[in-house]
Write a protein that binds this ligand. Structure first.
Ligand code: NAD
Length: 248
């Protein structure tokens, strides 16, 4: 299947979770895929699984010099981009009363500033007709306890999708947001929750979801590919992929 043949794409945070599922879908479909992440070991393992269509660039999205190096690599290796998936992000849960400046700054440095400058640095390489997909969260539109700073860092991205859609429209580039509901990728376990709290939270989320289940990384990957390549009359929008959680 060569559905994505001729497409060059970058996926930040592409070594795990839904970013990896996007990378696999697109690389299997013939796209040339660059994944990024902070851990060399995880990137190498992911690249081996993805095969020859993928390359891996180590870098932290909150570092502008790392983003410059990524843009240089993409320019040199691929020339231009047909899609950019701004997927790298972290979750940190903490009651509002005990939120620290350090955790707040980390969330905004990666989720918000990182996303903003990822688009800024790679925008000159986006070709006419290209699609940018920003990964937001259902936390944008519902008030969940202990997620205040995370939710705010992602709500900023929802706004950014609109502003950048407007600024990049003259270049023929569409910018949309994809808002995942609960997807079992391991992100909760690395959010600061204990394993027990993560299990409890997951059971609660599944029970309250209209579809009574978590979504899969593959379901997110297909929606992301739709926004990037097929939604040619859609820009500035947010697509909820959440089992109906924010709609029903
Ligand atoms: P994940 O932890 O597997 O993926 C996040 C990826 O981002 C990882 O590969 C991580 O290494 C990378 N990353 C983190 N900080 C980085 C940095 N500073 N520089 C470069 N890479 C960095 O989890 P996931 O669930 O696949 O998350 C993907 C995106 O989806 C995130 O933005 C997350 O906030 C968002 N999201 C997830 C859920 C969910 O339920 N899993 C729900 C809503 C939104």
């Amino acid at each position: 299947m060569d559905e994505y043949s001729g497409k060059n794409v970058v996926i930040t945070g592409g070594a795990s979770g839904m970013g990896f599922a996007m990378a696999r879908l697109l690389a299997d479909g013939g796209a040339r895929v660059v994944i990024t992440g902070r851990s060399r070991a995880r990137l190498d393992a992911a690249r081996r699984q993805l095969g020859e269509n993928a390359t891996a660039v180590q870098g932290d999205v909150s570092s502008l010099s790392d983003l410059d190096a990524l843009a240089d690599h993409v320019k040199r290796e691929l020339g231009s981009l047909q899609a950019l998936f701004v997927n790298a992000g972290i979750a940190r849960t903490m009651p509002f009363e005990s939120m620290t400046e350090e955790v707040y700054d980390e969330l905004f440095a990666i989720n918000t500033k990182g996303a903003y400058f990822t688009v800024q640095k790679l925008a000159p390489l986006l070709s006419q007709g290209a699609g940018v997909v920003l990964t937001t969260s259902v936390a944008n539109v519902i008030g969940l306890p202990e997620t205040s700073a995370y939710a705010a860092s992602k709500a900023a991205l929802r706004s950014l999708a609109r502003s950048l859609a407007s600024e990049l429209l003259p270049h023929g580039v569409r910018v949309n947001a994809l808002s995942p509901g609960p997807i079992d990728t391991g992100i909760l376990e690395s959010s600061g929750m204990t394993a027990e709290a993560a299990e409890q939270f997951k059971a609660q989320q599944a029970a309250h979801n209209p579809m009574q289940r978590f979504g899969t990384p593959d379901e997110i990957a297909r929606a992301a590919a739709f926004l990037a390549f097929e939604a040619t009359y859609t820009t500035g929008a947010e697509l909820a992929v959440d089992g109906g959680a924010t709609q029903l």
